[in-house]
Design a binder for this molecule. Sequence first.
Ligand code: 5GP
Ligand code: ZN
Length: 112
Amino acid sequence: MDCIFCKIIKGEIPSKKVFENEDMLIFCDINPQATIHYLAVPKVHFANVVEMTDEQATIVGRMLKKIGELADSLGLQNGFRLVSNKGENACQSVEHLHIHILGGEKLSEKMG
Ligand code: 5GP
Ligand code: ZN
């Protein structure tokens, strides 16, 4: 399968990793849109929240919990924004579910 994020998870494409456990990898976005911009990706491949099985949803739930626990150590003690794009209108460009983690500065009140 030709998936950039699967290749990053397998180490076939280099990335700046900030956290890894059995569920996910968190690494720096190559084109940051905030002072801090990480991507959290599940190790299992699925495209987005619409494609997600119940089991995969459980993994994403654990990912969110862990992101909350890691926030301070990731430099996000003053707050952060989580975004997961799905489909054309949201400009999803990588078809492997990912959660953008944005922070490190005061973000825009507008999200769209
Ligand atoms: P999307 O637009 O699908 O929600 O977000 C995809 C994100 O992946 C973009 O923010 C883009 O900068 C990031 N990205 C794409 N290719 C790579 C890559 O090879 N390495 C890293 N670290 N980020 C990537
Ligand atoms: Zn993938």
